[in-house]
Design a protein around this ligand. Structure first.
Ligand code: IMP
Ligand code: MG
Length: 174
């Protein structure tokens, strides 16, 4: 299928915004180490770009989850495909996601991670589609961009595993 990608947010705008969000995180966590949890695969590009701009002490871990159920809607029952390597006990955890859509994945994940005794858990996302939110309790602490309900790719986000490597955010036009 020959889909087209229309640029929604240009590379320089994404990078500028990530720097702004990183500056906020540096202020908020001043003097405290932050433990970043990258949600694979989509969160990988954003996590790297964010981490490079942090001046507080950073540790990194990775987790991969998949949502049960078919179709385009996530079910909210999350299967851990790759668990974290490190314990969370006493850590200031910052979950780094590519996009929050219904919020089902994150709502479930936050409950799992809370049980591991972190000192705090905050959530940072590159993109948010607030119109799509089903789980209203999912509170996003750091958002780079709120976007309308369109299917986007690039900067880690995929369509059928393609386009993750685009250095900008684009809308898929079929
Ligand atoms: P949620 O549980 O509905 O919030 O699902 C969020 C997940 O759905 C994200 O981590 C993405 O993997 C995927 N997703 C949602 N919207 C998009 C999109 O526009 N492009 C690519 N993936 C998306
Ligand atoms: Mg994801």
């Amino acid at each position: 299928m020959a889909e087209k990608i229309r640029v929604l947010i240009a590379e320089e705008d994404v990078n500028k915004k990530i720097s702004e969000v990183a500056a906020r995180i540096n202020r908020d966590y001043e003097g405290r180490p932050v433990h970043l949890i990258c949600i694979l695969k989509g969160g990988a590009f954003f996590t790297c770009e964010l981490a490079k701009r942090l001046t507080v002490p950073v540790s990194l871990d990775f987790m991969s989850v998949s949502s049960y159920g078919g179709g385009t809607e996530s079910s909210g029952v999350v299967r851990i495909v790759k668990d974290l390597d490190e314990p969370l006990e006493g850590k200031d955890v910052l979950i780094v996601e590519d996009i929050i859509d219904s919020g089902r994945t994150l709502a479930y994940l936050i409950e799992i991670l809370k049980q591991r005794g972190p000192k705090s858990i905050r959530l940072c996302t590159l993109l948010d589609k607030p119109e799509r939110r089903v789980k209203k309790q999912v509170k996003v602490d750091y958002t780079c961009f709120s976007i309308p309900d369109e299917f986007v790719v690039g900067y880690g986000l995929d369509y059928d595993q393609k386009y993750r490597n685009l250095p900008y955010i684009g809308v898929v036009e079929f």
